[in-house]
Design a protein around this ligand. Structure first.
Ligand SMILES: N[C@@H](CCC(=O)N[C@@H](CS)C(=O)NCC(=O)O)C(=O)O
Length: 239
């Protein structure tokens, strides 16, 4: 496992209760875990980035995995002995500890959750297309037909649905983010599935250009966040 300390402890670390030990696959800058890294970067949270190679994690026993996460999956966080699991609940928890990134009213929180859920469905389909989860663990799929179907039908279906939702929302209309001028955790979730589609060769950028102007604006606004732009240029970012 590779372990790297990122950043220096800040007021944001104090607000969340320390410097998190973060555990995920060594999957460049992709995947569910990367959403949490983006959040850490944007919020100025120092963390220890622990990266398992696929073989290392796949070779762990069920008991070893369940000892830190009952679901046996990655990512998870150890925050001074407190184990946090499930990527989107982790984001919401951290957002609430910080008192930002989560919307202020019930209406705002609801809309961030609505968009997060659709991005979650999109990612599940993406992973089902591009990877195989078997008793040997998580590995790239050895047959490309499921990913072809994903790129041709499922990915455009999710992009069009999310675009419609965003374009019709009074919050996103004020833009550029899901909840308007202030970024929320849902923006990182949405950004990262776009990023991973793009990096794995899906025609998502062209689709955003032609059919999803609201989502395109949101993606550009995430990339323009000063700390995120700095991160993408740094040697911490692996594509
Ligand atoms: N709902 C979970 C899903 C986690 C998940 O499926 N993680 C994948 C990697 S992105 C994994 O660990 N797969 C292997 C497994 O579940 O055994 C979350 O968001 O954290």
């Amino acid at each position: 496992m590779k372990s790297t300390t990122i950043g220096t402890p800040s007021a944001a670390n104090e607000a969340i209760g320390g410097v998190p030990q973060f555990y995920y696959y060594d999957f460049a800058s992709k995947g569910r875990g990367e959403v949490i890294r983006l959040f850490f970067e944007d919020a100025g949270i120092s963390f220890v980035d622990n990266r398992f190679s696929f073989d290392e994690y796949n070779n762990k026993t069920v008991e070893e995995r369940a000892a830190v996460n009952p679901a046996g999956s990655l990512p998870y966080i150890d925050l001074n002995g407190k184990l946090l699991t499930q990527s989107y609940p982790i984001l919401r928890y951290l957002a609430r500890q910080l008192g930002k990134y989560d919307g202020k009213t019930s209406e705002e929180k609801y809309f961030a959750d609505v968009i997060c859920d659709q991005a979650l469905d999109w990612r599940t389909r993406f992973v089902d297309g591009a990877f195989a989860t078997t008793k040997e663990g998580l590995n790239p799929a050895n047959d490309s037909s499921a990913f072809d179907h994903h790129k041709d039908y499922l990915m455009p279906k999710y992009v069009r649905g999310i675009e419609k939702h965003l374009a019709e929302s009074p919050f996103t209309k004020a833009g550029p983010f899901v909840l308007g001028a202030e970024i929320s955790y849902a923006d990182f979730v949405l950004y990262q599935i776009y990023h991973d589609e793009r990096e794995l060769g899906g025609p998502v950028t062209e689709l955003l250009e032609k059919e999803a102007p609201t989502l395109k604006k949101l993606v550009e606004a995430v990339e323009a966040r000063p700390r995120i732009a700095e991160y993408f240029k740094s040697d911490r970012y692996f594509g």
